[in-house]
Design a protein around this ligand. Structure first.
Ligand code: DKA
Length: 131
């Protein structure tokens, strides 16, 4: 995944994001914002430190982390979670522990990445294309 991930990406399509936000406890006002957001994601990896910046018109959230090391983050919708990351082939996989546990996967290819978000029994799929 590390060879394919760096660069700039923008949201192309999204399925079930509202249901996912409901499952993790996001309120209606923030869900409206989230459903309308067309985020841009920038990824860099320098000396083993991954940096992922997710920007939309109203929000900008940056996380940096090393594979295998737990870190605390505040998600774009405002939840505090403890996250640990691993690589499986072309996937960056993150397990987030919080009030509701979530599973976050980004599967990279040359032209796009597929973001899969899982919480409770809800699965959300979002496709980002390389800019
Ligand atoms: C993603 O990386 C999921 C997060 C998108 C956040 C959009 C803004 C949410 C504001 C409540 O695609």
């Amino acid at each position: 995944a590390a060879e394919l991930a760096p660069g700039k990406w923008e949201l192309q399509s999204s399925e079930n994001f509202d249901e996912y936000m409901k499952a993790v406890g996001v309120g209606m006002a923030k869900r409206l914002i989230g459903n309308q957001a067309k985020p841009t994601v920038e990824i860099s990896i320098v000396d083993g430190v991954w940096r992922i910046t997710t920007s939309s018109a109203l929000t900008k959230v940056e996380v940096s982390f090393k594979i295998g090391e737990e870190f605390e983050e505040t998600t774009p919708d405002g939840r505090k979670v403890k996250t640990i990351s691993r690589i499986e082939g072309n996937k960056l996989i993150q397990e987030q522990k919080g009030e509701v546990d979530t599973h976050v996967e980004r599967q990279f290819s040359k032209d796009n990445f597929v973001l899969t978000l899982k919480a409770k029994d809800v699965v959300c799929t979002r496709v980002y294309k390389r800019v």
